[in-house]
Design a protein around this ligand. Structure first.
Ligand code: GCW
Length: 671
């Protein structure tokens, strides 16, 4: 008896400890027909393209397809032209993207018309917040796929396989760049043994069209270079960076460049030496310039000052417009605070005219229920990308302010903080894979709808094998009883989460440090005010919300008209942002005639009900899903439901101390 138990424990232990990524993500369909491929050129990338086509072809049996490199002004570097007889592109990578596009259309029921497909952004990057010791900051899917410790840098065949699967998944959605380590960067990343491992990764990613980047620590010349300063104006410091960059390019000839978090949350930066962000970024840009490398310099900066945190990045960067080299890109988080479930766009989008700005989205769900809650992020990103900044009048959406179509800029880019780790399903939650997929799809095409992304992903990930074939009764059934309700669940999931976490523009009311769970009361004595929730919700006997109008912090003035005027007026401010921009009295009448307090109660309650509906949707989906994935998702939805309830109860009972009003009796009582 005892031995059996021991063996069982050992088996369980070893599977969890050595679990490898065995999920095929959205790339699970195998060829059902044969295809003949012609291509006059050969290269590692083209070989991959041909194999993918052969292995997953679902089109006409015996079709002849030609892959061809052409010169065509209408095509961007990664773009391609599709027809029924072939793919034409300017580059090998373009052909690979074309192949994945054909396969996706075959597998999801799309048609192939002779169209040109160009990406919205030149650089479509993942940012991994992976530490060299193998942990992942804000990672909820196991340990790093790239690093396992500074004493464990040798490359195994397991590593190579894993990186290849990772590269393939990225290429299939058009991601063409990746930053291998955390923005809270260890200086050791630039030591030779670590760079050699980065080279090994780069070698695997290269044939998939993916360039490798590193996050670097501004103090590196001092910490690992033995210099006495890291002052960007010091000749020895400049020389050190040039030498380091040269070493990197010897190892990785197509190295992409650096990502830098400087003078932010304790990280060193040029301000330590009396210099500004442009001085620091330009010094690195000069070192990278000869190799066409770039610097992505983050604008996530704020201090515990009297100034509203939401205003600080704009205040620091706007005066520097025009001072950055053209291979510097300012990387700005979507919202002005910090990856909250809903934020208005950062006013830095649509602000600078002579500086390239790129969005940073967070795929890993730090504030959105991590890898427990089912939240499809495409709708949130769509809302952000389509936000109107009014920079150059109507139509100046965030997407257009960053893709290079409004001002001339050398590069255009977008980044997503990855949700990837060693977990067997890569992302911790089966539905979190959809967010990796969605990030790639939106980076490639910022006008694509969330509904289309969800549709594609569900067909690829859970679909019957031959969706575009003669519709059998199973396919019909699958469509009606699985695809439609589950897609709707995905599309509603973000709003539901906002409802039970931070409705009506509340923000930063999460439990401390882990950012999982409610914590609007958290304000220990001596703690920096801007890290405590009461600073953000400002609840008092009169009302709730952060006044960012002219009578408050005036953050609204950082937006262009007519948006600024619309936000400033209590009656025209969109209610989803009400408490972001206004301190509102508890009795304020909402558009539906409820008082603010009652509406808050209804929203929280609605969020809980929505999750319960999701649970039912999923329960009904059982017969369409394999037992393992069904149970995993069901289990997580149960936990999400309990969390949502807790969130609602905790927040309402806390805010009720200020509103001193009852929770409407028709709503479920707090437990
Ligand atoms: O959202 C916050 C996170 C930090 C993170 C920081 C940043 C990498 O809580 O973990 O650090 O933002 O984006 O720099």
């Amino acid at each position: 008896m005892k031995t059996t138990k021991l063996i069982l424990i050992l088996i369980l232990f070893s599977t969890s400890l050595f679990a490898e990524n065995d999920s095929e993500l959205w790339l699970r369909k195998k060829a059902t027909t044969q295809v003949n491929i012609q291509c006059s050129k050969s290269s590692p990338t083209i070989d991959i393209a041909i194999n993918e086509l052969k292995n997953s072809w679902q089109g006409e049996d015996g079709a002849n397809i030609e892959l061809k490199i052409i010169k065509d002004k209408q095509l961007k570097a990664d773009g391609f032209r599709l027809s029924r007889t072939g793919i034409q592109a300017k580059t090998d990578a373009g052909l690979l993207y074309g192949v994945f596009e054909i396969l996706r259309r075959q597998q999801t029921g799309g048609s192939i018309t002779g169209d040109i497909v160009n990406p919205s952004y030149d650089l479509r990057l993942l940012n991994h917040w992976d530490n060299l010791n193998g942990s992942v900051e804000r990672g909820y899917a196991g340990r790093s796929i790239f690093w396992r410790g500074i004493d464990s840098l040798e490359v195994t065949s397991g590593d190579l396989n894993l990186w290849k699967e990772y590269a393939r998944a990225n290429a299939s959605v058009g991601i063409n760049a990746t930053v291998l380590n955390n923005v809270n960067a260890s200086p050791s990343v630039l030591t030779t043994p670590v760079l050699e491992r980065a080279k090994a990764v780069a070698d695997v990613l290269r044939p998939y069209g993916i360039k490798t980047y590193l996050a670097v620590n501004f103090a590196s010349p001092e910490v690992i270079g033995g210099l006495e300063t890291a002052d960007p104006f010091d000749p020895a410091v400049k020389a050190w960076w040039k030498e380091k960059v040269k070493e990197i390019y010897t190892l990785i000839p197509d190295f992409g460049g650096f990502l830098v978090k400087a003078n932010s949350e304790g990280q060193p930066g040029p301000q330590n030496f009396g210099r500004n962000h442009a001085d620091g970024a330009n010094m690195m840009a000069e070192a990278l310039e000869p190799y066409n490398g770039i610097v992505m310099w983050r604008a996530f900066v704020y201090d515990p000052s009297d100034e509203d945190r939401a205003k600080q990045a704009y205040n620091e960067f706007m005066p520097l417009d025009g001072q950055f080299h053209d291979n510097v890109i300012i990387q700005v988080k979507n919202g002005p605070i910090d990856f909250q479930p809903r934020e208005p766009f950062s006013p830095l989008f649509g602000a600078m005219k002579k500086t390239t700005v790129m969005p940073e989205l967070q795929v890993t769900m730090e504030y959105l229920g991590q890898s427990v809650h089912l939240v499809f992020l495409a709708t949130m990103w769509e809302e952000f990308l389509k936000s109107e900044t009014w920079q150059e009048g109507a139509g100046s959406t965030v997407a257009r302010c960053t893709d290079g179509s409004i001002f001339n800029q050398k590069y255009s880019a977008i980044a997503g903080v990855a949700n990837i780790g060693l977990d067997a399903n890569w992302c911790g939650h089966d539905f979190a894979q959809a967010n990796w997929y969605a990030f790639g799809r939106q980076a490639w095409d910022h006008s694509i709808s969330s509904a289309q992304i969800a549709d594609e992903w569900l067909k690829l990930t859970f679909g019957p094998q031959n969706i575009d074939k003669e519709t059998s009764s199973y396919d019909l059934e699958w469509n009606l009883s699985f695809l439609q309700p589950v897609k709707q669940m995905m599309l509603n999931s973000h709003e539901a989460t906002v409802n039970y976490m931070m409705p009506l523009g509340l923000h930063h009311i999460f439990s401390a440090h882990a950012h999982y769970g409610p914590g609007p009361w958290w304000a220990p004595r001596g703690m920096r005010a801007d890290w405590t929730p009461p600073y953000y919700h400002q609840a008092d006997s009169l009302g709730i919300g952060f006044d960012r109008t002219a009578s408050g912090s005036d953050a609204i003035s950082q937006y262009h008209e007519p948006l600024a005027g619309q936000l400033a007026d209590l009656n025209t401010c969109p209610e989803v942002y009400l408490l972001w921009f206004h301190h509102v009295s508890w009795d304020h009448k909402m558009k539906n005639n409820r008082t603010l307090w009652n509406e808050l109660c209804y929203r929280y309650d609605e969020g809980v009900k929505q999750v319960r509906e999701f649970q039912q949707v999923w329960d009904k989906a059982e017969r369409f899903v394999d037992a393992e994935r069904f149970a995993a998702v069901q289990h997580k939805l149960t936990e999400q439901g309990m969390n949502a309830q807790e969130w609602k109860d905790a927040c309402l009972l806390y805010f009720q101390q200020f509103s001193k009003q009852p929770i409407p009796y028709e709503l479920e009582r707090p437990l």
